[in-house]
Structure formats: structure tokens, C-alpha cells
Design a protein. Structure first.
Length: 726
């Protein structure tokens, strides 16, 4: 007798995830099975029964609650339901970052549900079984991080689209015809996203500002600022207010200050600086010690709280230093004139004055408002010349700043003594665990039109360190003075390095024969300093400097003092640059308030201001970095027939990043463009491996390249691989 075959049972559908999604998107509303079926566009009996079943299962496992007979709500707090931040990958997928979760959650493209990079979102996490990568779906966009974008407009007959160069912006923006403003075809524009309807493929926006034509210098610089929401000019009413400020020096005000006008005082700044917010004074005392004053522009005297000028300065929070211009925090009448400690002028200052021994012990200190007279202005180059020649100088040889008066023996002597003391401060600081990052900065020689004529590197020398050490001393001592009183203050804090990043860095630098000591905090800092010294001047220096900096936590402003790891200080603040940093203005105000006997201010209020200042600093840093990339691309456009020797600075599955040795410009060689073999990416070796020859292209290798494409809009360089450097 033959056995009768059973028909396979058709597997029932599981609607659990879809039910959770519907209830989560409508967290305050209860649904019955009919309503859920209607939303899912299901009207057959079988599907409805499956929904009833899944509702009961979800309720029994307490993932949802039955608020009334037959009606269900998502639980207010679910173990699968989290709030966090979206981190786009640039490949139309994302990761969900949430402090409550042990690892980041992968979000496929079709589960983004209109979320954009850095948005705060609610996500339903699923697929959390052991050994499986957790995945999630965006249920709700709680808060948009950004609603203004820069892009190129493509105008059609009845509408337009704006596409951005930002690789993390995965969609273009739809612009209705009546929201075009003055935009013309192909313009670079700033657009504001107003809405993103549920059934629309793209968000809807309006043109806020026309920035110009792609590739034009001013267009691209203004586009960089607009991309980060940074202003390019002051509102008229702010300029008018600033122009009306009384900037004269009054005898009545001088009486309220410590008069330092007869003490030898001078400034040391970059040769092209227009604002000078710090000066040093020097006097030898009868007991053999030295009175050294760190004098800072008294911006808070002119910048009154609650005014439109103060509001504007707070919103900006920092000056922005682009490759061809400065976007100041304060209008020019203050930043370049009234508050700038210009030579041969009396100025109001806020000072930290120290009595220091030959061995750099601080035996006395004083903080308060002063008036000074700057005897002379020096550039770093001029001061460096004094240090290197030990004062054996001819005045005409150090005329970078155009000084029309001679350098006195008194100033030369003061400079040399300050240099000696600064070297002791620096030595002791490094011995205490401070980390020395003297990363090479790329600078450009620009013509009158802002076109790059050449590249040079800014390197810190003794003159830079002289100023740095005395500014660090003032910042440290001001923070220490208030911190030990346990009063609310604004600190500049820096956490310990990320161990995982250090381990990853060790893997890379081992290829060059270097290593890091992980035994304790002190060993790490000493090991990093030794590494910086060993790589100095070598082809891999910029790569390893960059990797080391990336292992560091980001310094930020906070009222919660945890110290500054990189400087090895228990107390540290920003007191020395109020012309260009708003936190310094707040520090001046708080310091004077406490000197006058004021009680501790509200910590929460100032923590909000710290967070804003740190955020704006980050945006300014990104804009500055983008402007350098833009100028590097512009510079390389004019050298597309030239071969360059470069060092491989990065390896990915798409190709290799190459940094040109002579100018530090970085671009990519696509893997498909390397013709001498068929290469694949080996993640373990962090290299491209030739299929036939087994030859490696890895970090630190030197190769010759040519410019293939220089895209000013994307600020991106593509290179052609020419040959290896034998």
C-alpha cells in the first residue's frame, strides 16, 4: 500500500514587525485589527485572522498593550525601541548610534524612512539574535539636525531639483516653481527643506539664497560657509550698533584699572595677522624674579550682555579662518581696531600677572583689568630671528611687520629670557605627560585674485612655543584659581584617548616599525611623544600625525571639569583669545564677577552655552578643512600635466588615497585605474594585492601619480597611477 503524500502546509505570514511599526508611528493612538488591516491594504479573512493572532502574541510577550478590549498600543518603553542618532555611510545606508546599545545598528536604505545624516530618530531594532548583525528601521524622525543644504539647481518646466555634493545626502531636493526665488539654471543655491510628505521620494524645499555659478572662487567659499550654516557677513543693524560704540580711552576708566603703561610690553603674532588679542609684559624685580604679564584684549568691556552685538557674537561663538579670509566673530571696528593690541596705542586689557623665579616657579599671581601700551609688534619670524641669533641682529633684517622703529636692547633681552623660561615650562609639561602635536599645517601663497600661486608649510618653532607656553600658563592659572573655589566656570576639557583607536593605530604604524606602549596613561603619552619625534621629517610623518590626532578625544567646553589629558593639566580654560572665541569672553565675565565677590552662577545655564560653543567650533573647523581641500584642488588644476611623487595614505576596497609629498594634496587612485595587475583589497594586510604578481600597494608606499580629475564643487582629486618609486 502506497503512502499518501501530504500537501505542504502553506506558511502563515508574520505581521509582527509591521504592526509594531504602525503602532510606533502612532504611539498615542490605539488600533484594532480592522484599522491595522486597512493601513496594510489587506481585506481578506485569512490576513485579518493572522493580524488578530499576531496582536495577541505581541500582547502576551508584552511588546504591546491592550488598552481596551480589541484595541492595542505600543508600550511606552520597549526593549526593541530606541532613540539615537543616524550616521550615514555615504552609500545610502546608515548606522543607528545609541548609548543604550552595545553596538551600532545597521539601517538599510529602504528602512531610513526619510531620516537624514545626524538626525535624532526613533528606531525599532530587530534581528538581534546572537551572531547576527542587528538591523533596524526608523520609526520616527524626532529632530532634524540640518534643514539647509547647498547644491546645484536643475530647473525643469514646472519645478526644479537641487542635488548636493555631500556624499551623505542621499536624495535631491524638490523645489516647486513658486519657490525658485532668483535662481537660474545651474546656479549654486542654499535651500531650506520645509516638508517631506510621506509618499514623496524627495523632500520639498525653497531656495533661500543664490550663491553663484559652480567653480567660481567666491561661490565655492560662500558655499562652504553656507553648508555649515556659518554667516559670511554681519547684519546691517549689528554693524551700525558696533560703529556707535565709544572706543576712546578715558582717564576715568583708567583709574579703575591697574596701570601697566610704563611696563615693557610687546606682541608676537603671525606676520599677516590683523587682530592682536594678546601681549606680554616683562620686568625684572629687585629680588631676582621676573614679573611677566599676559595681557588679553578686554572685549567684555565693549561687548555688553543682552545687546544685539553680544547676541550675534554668541551665535557665531568663534571666528572662522578660511584659506583666503577670516570670518570674524566681532565686527572689524572691534576685532581689528578697538580691541586689537596694536603697537604704540593704549588699550584696555584683562591680565594675568605672575611673579616667576628662574626655575619657573610661580610665587605670586594677580588677575584683573588693566591698561597697557604696546611698545612694539613682532611677527613669529622676527622673534625667531632674535632667538636664533641670540640678539645679535640688525634691525633692518627683521622688518617683516614693517616696523619703522628700532628694536631696543631691552626688548631683545626680555625676549631671550622669556624664551629660556618657556623652554623650561615646555620641558616640564612634556615630562608630566603632555602630548606634543606639532602637525605640519598647509598654507597657500595667494595672488590678488585669491588664486593659489604656491604651497608652503607652517611649522612651530621656538617663537611659537614661547607664546604658547605663556598663554597656557595664563589659561591654566585662571582655571585653577576659580576651580579650587568650587564655583561654576567654563573649562576646556580633554578626555583620555580611545583605546580601540589606539589599537587600530598600532596595527597601521607597526608596518613602519613603530609601536605604542599601552601599559598606563603616562606610558601612552610618553610613547606618543617618542613616536612624534621619530617620524619627524619622514615620508610617513603626516599620515602618522593624522592617525595619532584621530585617536584623541575631541577637546570641548564644559562646566564639568575632568582636566585636559593632552596638556596634562588638572585645570584648564580659555582666557587668551576673546576677539575670536566667545567662551573666552564668558571666562572674562565670570572671572571679574568672582573677583568682585559674586556667588556661583547657575551651572546648567552655562553648560548649554558650552555645548553651543563646542558645536560652533566643530562647524568652523569643518569649514576651514573644506576650504583647504578646495584650494588644494584648485592648485592641482594647474598642474595636471605634472608627475608627482606621493605616499599611500589610505587603502580601501575602492582604491588608494595618495598624499603628494611636496604639497600634502591628497587624492584617490581608483582600483580599476591601476593597470599593471588586477588588484583586490586585503583587509588583514590593509593593502591592495595583485592577483598575478602578488605585489602589494600598502600604507607608506611611494608611487608616482598624475592628476586625472580635479572637481572644485566636490573638493575632490582623482589621480592616475603612473608607477612605483623604485
Amino acid at each position: 500500500m502506497t503512502k499518501k503524500l501530504r500537501k505542504p502546509v502553506k506558511k502563515e505570514k508574520d505581521y509582527s514587525d509591521k504592526i509594531i511599526k504602525i503602532l510606533s508611528q502612532n504611539a498615542n493612538k490605539a488600533f484594532n485589527y480592522k484599522q491595522i488591516a486597512a493601513i496594510l491594504d489587506l481585506d481578506d479573512t485569512k490576513s485579518r485572522n493572522e493580524i488578530i493572532r499576531d496582536l495577541k502574541i505581541l500582547a502576551s510577550t508584552k511588546k504591546i498593550v491592550e488598552s481596551e478590549p480589541g484595541k492595542y498600543l505600543v508600550k511606552a518603553i520597549s526593549q526593541d525601541y530606541y532613540e539615537g542618532t543616524i550616521d550615514m555611510t555615504g552609500r545610502k545606508t546608515a548606522y543607528f548610534v545609541c548609548p543604550e546599545l552595545e553596538e551600532d545598528v545597521f539601517i538599510p536604505t529602504n528602512n531610513l524612512n526619510r531620516a537624514l545624516d545626524k538626525d535624532i530618530v526613533k528606531v525599532y531594532v530587530y534581528n538581534r539574535r546572537k551572531g547576527r548583525r542587528p538591523e533596524g528601521e526608523v520609526i520616527e524622525v524626532v529632530e532634524r539636525k540640518k534643514t539647509d543644504f547647498v547644491g546645484v539647481i536643475d530647473i525643469q518646466k514646472n519645478f526644479a531639483f537641487v542635488s548636493t555634493a555631500n556624499p551623505k545626502m542621499y536624495t535631491d531636493i524638490f523645489i516647486p516653481k513658486d519657490k525658485l526665488g532668483e535662481a537660474e539654471q545651474g546656479d549654486v543655491v542654499l535651500v531650506h527643506i520645509e516638508d517631506w510628505p510621506k509618499r514623496a521620494d524627495s523632500p520639498f524645499g525653497t531656495v533661500v539664497k543664490v550663491l553663484g555659478k559652480p567653480g567660481e572662487h567666491d561661490t565655492e567659499i560662500h558655499a562652504i560657509l553656507a553648508e555649515y550654516g556659518l554667516p559670511s557677513e554681519f547684519p546691517v543693524e549689528v554693524e551700525v550698533y558696533a560703529q556707535k560704540i565709544d572706543t576712546t580711552i578715558h582717564e576715568e576708566e583708567i583709574k579703575n584699572r591697574r596701570d601697566m603703561r610704563d611696563t615693557l610690553t610687546f606682541t608676537i603674532d603671525p606676520k599677516d595677522a590683523k587682530d592682536f588679542d594678546d601681549a606680554l609684559s616683562f620686568k625684572k624685580l629687585e629680588n631676582g624674579n621676573y614679573e611677566i604679564g599676559v595681557h588679553i584684549a578686554d572685549v567684555s568691556y565693549y561687548l555688553e550682555e543682552g545687546t544685539i552685538l553680544d547676541d550675534e557674537a554668541y551665535q557665531r561663538a568663534t571666528s572662522v579662518y578660511l584659506v583666503d579670509r577670516v570670518v570674524p566673530m566681532l565686527p572689524e571696528v572691534l576685532s581689528n581696531f578697538a580691541c586689537s593690541l596694536r603697537p604704540r596705542e593704549e588699550k584696555y586689557t584683562f591680565s594675568a600677572i605672575f611673579e616667576i623665579t628662574e626655575k619657573t616657579q610661580v610665587v605670586n599671581q594677580w588677575f584683573g583689568r588693566t591698561v597697557i601700551f604696546s611698545d612694539q609688534r613682532f611677527s613669529y619670524e622676527e622673534t625667531q630671528h632674535i632667538i636664533e641669533t641670540q640678539g645679535d641682529i640688525i634691525p633692518e633684517e627683521i622688518s617683516i611687520t614693517g616696523s619703522s622703529y628700532q628694536v631696543s636692547e631691552e626688548i631683545v633681552s626680555a625676549t631671550l629670557k622669556l624664551d629660556q623660561l618657556a623652554k623650561i615650562f615646555r620641558r616640564d609639561r612634556l615630562n608630566n605627560g603632555a602630548i606634543s602635536f606639532d602637525k605640519v599645517e598647509v598654507k597657500f601663497n595667494l595672488d590678488n585674485e585669491g588664486e593659489p600661486e604656491g604651497v608652503y608649510f607652517k611649522i612651530s618653532k621656538d617663537a611659537n612655543h614661547l607664546i604658547e607656553e605663556f598663554m597656557l600658563l595664563a589659561n591654566k592659572k585662571v582655571a585653577e584659581y576659580i576651580g579650587k573655589q568650587n564655583k561654576t566656570f567654563i573649562y576646556r576639557i580633554h578626555d583620555e584617548p580611545n583605546v580601540d583607536k589606539l589599537i587600530a593605530m598600532q596595527t597601521v604604524i607597526a608596518k613602519f616599525g613603530y609601536k605604542i606602549d599601552f601599559r598606563n596613561k603616562g606610558d601612552i603619552s610618553k610613547s606618543l611623544n617618542q613616536l612624534m619625534a621619530e617620524v619627524n621629517g619622514k615620508k610617513e610623518q603626516n599620515l602618522i600625525d593624522t592617525l595619532a590626532i584621530r585617536t584623541m578625544s575631541k577637546a570641548k567646553y564644559s562646566t564639568d571639569n575632568i582636566g585636559h589629558y593632552g596638556l596634562a593639566f588638572d585645570y584648564y580654560s580659555h582666557f587668551t583669545s576673546p576677539i575670536r572665541r566667545y567662551p573666552d569672553v564668558m571666562v572674562h565675565r565670570l572671572l571679574q564677577y568672582y573677583l568682585d565677590g559674586g556667588k556661583s552662577v547657575d551651572q546648567e545655564t552655562y553648560e548649554v552655552k558650552c555645548l553651543h560653543s563646542s558645536t560652533m567650533e566643530g562647524l568652523a573647523t569643518n569649514a576651514e578643512r573644506d576650504s583647504i581641500k578646495y584650494m588644494q584642488v584648485k592648485y592641482m588644476q594647474n598642474h595636471n600635466d605634472q608627475e608627482f611623487l606621493g605616499v599611500i595614505s589610505g587603502v580601501t576596497e575602492w582604491g588608494i588615497f595618495v598624499e603628494i609629498i611636496e604639497n600634502k594634496c591628497e587624492g584617490m587612485v581608483r582600483i580599476r585605474e591601476i593597470k599593471d595587475d588586477y588588484y583586490t583589497f586585503d583587509e588583514k594586510q590593509y593593502a591592495l594585492v595583485g592577483a598575478t604578481t602578488k605585489a602589494l600597494l600598502q600604507l607608506g608606499d611611494e608611487i608616482y601619480v598624475k592628476v586625472k580629475n580635479a572637481d572644485l564643487v566636490k573638493k575632490q582629486l582623482d589621480f592616475n597611477f603612473i608607477r612605483r618609486n623604485q
